[in-house]
Design a protein around this ligand. Structure first.
Ligand SMILES: [Cu+2]
Length: 230
């Protein structure tokens, strides 16, 4: 019986330590970015801002993934208003409304126009975003509909929540530029580019205040007509 025991391989404290080290080594040299963003004028939290960590091109291969995303159309708004994708990803544009929408973009990073379509067929329509940049979405029927697809170089980009906060894990150690983008951030705002040192010893925290232009977006038109376009 003692002999049989010698031959069997069982989990032991030694194995457990080995396993722990093996799992942990995969995340060694990964740092965390923590963000808190507020409006420089009002002090209010800024949601829907995108922060991107710009790593050298040679490193980007390890931080790329072609994923699938969805920008819905709900009650004549794009939902979410800002969607962060990494380059090469596909974005679907479902239409959850019982009316027709006509999605387009004139942005250099992705010029496209989807057919006019309503609820039901909408999953058929998608686009691959193969250039970095901000793509502004509009609807030919509803002028106030405005949305954004932020196409990042890598997966190292994240959007602030309603508290103006975001946490990005898995950033490689090193010093990189972190950019801040928001649809209403004013040009020349001093807080839009930062050099940040990342270390796995402790999170890198950015507490930022940005200047935002007033929200000049056209409010939705009153629902005076019941045509299929409204
Ligand atoms: Cu529309």
């Amino acid at each position: 019986m003692g002999f049989a025991r010698l031959l069997s391989i069982r989990p032991s404290p030694t194995w457990a330590v080995f396993l722990f080290l093996a799992i942990n080594s995969a995340s060694v040299n990964a740092a965390q970015l923590r963000i808190a963003l507020q409006d420089a004028n009002t002090g209010q939290a800024v949601a829907d801002a995108v922060l991107e960590v710009h790593i050298p091109v040679a490193m980007q291969g390890d931080f790329s993934a072609q994923r699938e995303y969805s920008v819905d159309q709900i009650e004549k708004e794009f939902v979410a208003n800002v969607t962060v994708v990494n380059v090469g990803s596909r974005v679907f544009f479902p239409n959850s409304d019982d009316i027709l929408h006509h999605v387009y973009s004139f942005s250099p990073a992705k010029v496209f126009e989807l057919p006019l379509y309503g609820n039901g067929r909408s999953i058929d329509f998608s686009q691959i975003f193969d250039q970095t940049g901000v793509v502004e979405l509009g609807c030919n029927i509803h002028d106030w509909m405005l949305g954004y697809v932020y196409v990042a170089e890598t997966t190292l980009a994240i959007k602030t929540d309603e508290n103006g906060q975001a946490v990005l894990d898995g950033v490689p150690e090193g010093t990189y530029t972190v950019s801040v983008w928001h649809p209403r951030a004013t040009e020349g705002s001093p807080e839009l580019q930062h050099s940040v040192e990342f270390s796995d010893a402790e999170p890198s925290t950015l507490r930022l205040a940005v200047n935002l232009a007033r929200d000049s977006r056209l409010r939705r038109a009153p629902n005076v007509s019941r045509t299929r376009y409204r």
